[in-house]
Design a protein around this ligand. Structure first.
Ligand code: ABN
Length: 179
């Protein structure tokens, strides 16, 4: 007999003498149950959650600023949440025909890489028509979570207009910071 076989036989016999069939099955059952429960253990997914804070495409993942007002990366849109009026028959600062600008708005500050200055902007919704649906852009840079409503931009600013249907959002320059 090969020495390895002999060794294996000896250790199997000694194990068999030391354990009953019932205890062997119990240990095997515990091992199997344990291995099945392993995937249910809590795993720290915080790092993955952080990586997701910038969703892909128009919903975030903010790449290099763009000088195209139909792009979500356009500098004036740093705190916008809505459909870009520039893709809906209007421009970055004018509402499409047949809609009216909201009388209340969200205010943000964006850096213009073109001249290196920071601008105060208002994000007004254009109201009176159904949602445009083009160029959804949700950047909301430096926005705070919804638990402080006054610091969250996920709001239909048309609520103060007589026609409260939301169509799209524009971005108006209100001022520039002094240098
Ligand atoms: N300010 C744009 C908007 C409109 C409706 C709902 C959420 C956000």
């Amino acid at each position: 007999m090969h020495p390895l076989d002999r060794l294996f036989e000896k250790s199997s016999r000694s194990l068999a003498q030391r354990t009953s069939r019932r205890s062997f099955i119990a240990v095997l059952g515990q091992a199997l149950t344990g291995s099945m429960l392993l995937p249910l253990l809590p795993i720290d997914r915080a790092s993955r959650a952080e990586a997701r804070t910038s969703p892909p495409d128009s919903e975030g993942a903010h790449k290099a600023p763009s000088d195209d007002p139909q792009s979500c990366e356009y500098w004036k849109y740093c705190a916008i949440d809505g459909f870009l009026c520039s893709c809906c028959g209007g421009s970055s600062h004018t509402c499409p025909p047949g809609t009216a600008m909201s009388t209340i708005a969200w205010i943000g500050t964006c850096h213009n890489p073109g001249d290196g200055r920071d601008y105060i902007l208002s994000y007004n919704d254009c109201c009176g028509k159904a949602s445009c649906g083009n160029c959804s852009c949700n950047r909301n840079e430096r926005e705070k979570p919804l638990y402080r409503l006054s610091r969250n931009n996920d709001i239909n600013w048309c609520i103060a207009n007589t026609e409260s249907d939301y169509h799209c959002t524009v971005s108006l320059i209100l001022g520039v910071t002094e240098t």
